[in-house]
Design a protein around this ligand. Structure first.
Ligand SMILES: CC(C)(COP(=O)(O)OP(=O)(O)OC[C@H]1O[C@@H](n2cnc3c(N)ncnc32)[C@H](O)[C@@H]1OP(=O)(O)O)[C@@H](O)C(=O)NCCC(=O)NCCS
Length: 281
């Protein structure tokens, strides 16, 4: 294997527009009196339908416009859409409604030509949004496109987290991530589960990814699992039980196939891996 650190790229020719736009977004978000729904709507309208920016409300009600256009315009306002967590019985409406406009902006930006694969702008925008959505967000948060959450407000995240594209962070029961956690493309982290008898019998259980954990491509971590410090969940694995610190667990259900060579001597001390379930593989 070769060491391949990320390259530094030259700024884009119109980087000043991006900088100015992000500064404006940050200034708006820092205003305690901000109407977040309005902010989300105007930001999306500028990006997606600039011809209606000045007269959005009139356009939504303009019967001369095609119905689909009016519907698309109305959906720029988060108050005109519903998100799945709003249907969950335990949704804390006060907390969710506070973060919903920012989630809607995050998801919608990802689906615009300006968003999606646009790494630099997207990472910087999400870095502004995440601390205002999560329960806690550390420094240098980095998320790529098409990350999705349940509530968003139940995510705790340390410094230097990297969340790759198409990751699902189901924080219904809470997700707690330490520092330097990396979650690879298409991975799923769950914190709720359903009874096998009755699907509406839901158990929420916080899922914990300790410092330096890597959940790799297409892997799934089930509700209530704790992945210990520097633990790794291999590609396509399903972690149904705790992963011991420095262990590499693979397969379905995920089992330990090795201990990382840099593991300290006490890395597999059961006292260090103690967890409510008491189960680890
Ligand atoms: C988990 C992983 C790192 C293990 O690598 P490794 O320590 O070099 O392990 P090995 O390749 O020696 O495999 C050990 C055993 O586990 C099996 N195995 C490895 N990865 C597996 C996986 N994802 N699923 C099922 N079995 C797996 C191997 O076939 C081997 O089995 P064997 O002993 O019966 O032959 C690697 O397989 C993996 O999943 N990588 C994902 C890609 C990655 O690194 N992503 C990080 C992005 S941040």
């Amino acid at each position: 294997m070769a060491t391949r650190p990320l390259r530094k790229l030259d700024p884009a020719p119109v980087a000043t527009a991006a900088d100015a736009w992000l500064e404006r977004v940050e200034a708006s978000l820092s205003n305690a009196g901000l109407d977040r729904a309005e902010f989300c709507r105007t930001t999306l309208c500028d990006l997606a339908y600039p011809q209606y920016s000045a007269n959005w409300a009139e356009a939504v009600n303009d019967t001369r416009l095609p119905l689909g256009t009016r519907l698309a315009l109305s959906a720029l306002d988060p108050r005109n859409v519903t998100l799945e967590p709003e249907y969950y019985a335990e949704c804390d409406d006060a907390r969710f409604q506070a973060v919903k406009p920012l989630l809607w902006l995050w998801y919608s930006f990802d689906r615009l030509p300006i968003g999606g694969q646009n790494v630099d702008l997207g990472v910087r925008l999400r870095r502004l949004l995440a601390p205002r959505i999560f329960k806690r967000c550390g420094e240098r948060f980095k998320a790529f496109q098409h990350v999705e959450f349940s509530f968003g407000y139940n995510v705790e995240c340390g410094d230097d987290a990297v969340i790759h594209r198409h990751v699902l962070l189901d924080d219904r029961g809470g997700i707690v991530m330490g520092n330097k956690v990396s979650i690879s493309d298409y991975a799923n982290i769950y914190s709720h589960t359903h009874s096998i008898v009755d699907a509406v019998d839901v158990t929420n259980a916080p899922t914990v990814l300790e410092d330096g954990v890597r959940v790799t491509y297409h892997a799934t971590v089930l509700a209530g699992v704790r992945v210990g410090v520097q633990g790794m969940v291999g590609a396509v694995a399903v972690a149904t039980k705790d992963v011991r610190p420095y262990h590499v667990n693979v397969g379905i259900p995920a089992k330990s196939v090795r201990v990382k060579p840099n593991a300290p001597k006490d890395a597999w001390d059961p006292a260090r891996t103690a967890h409510a379930s008491g189960r680890a593989d």
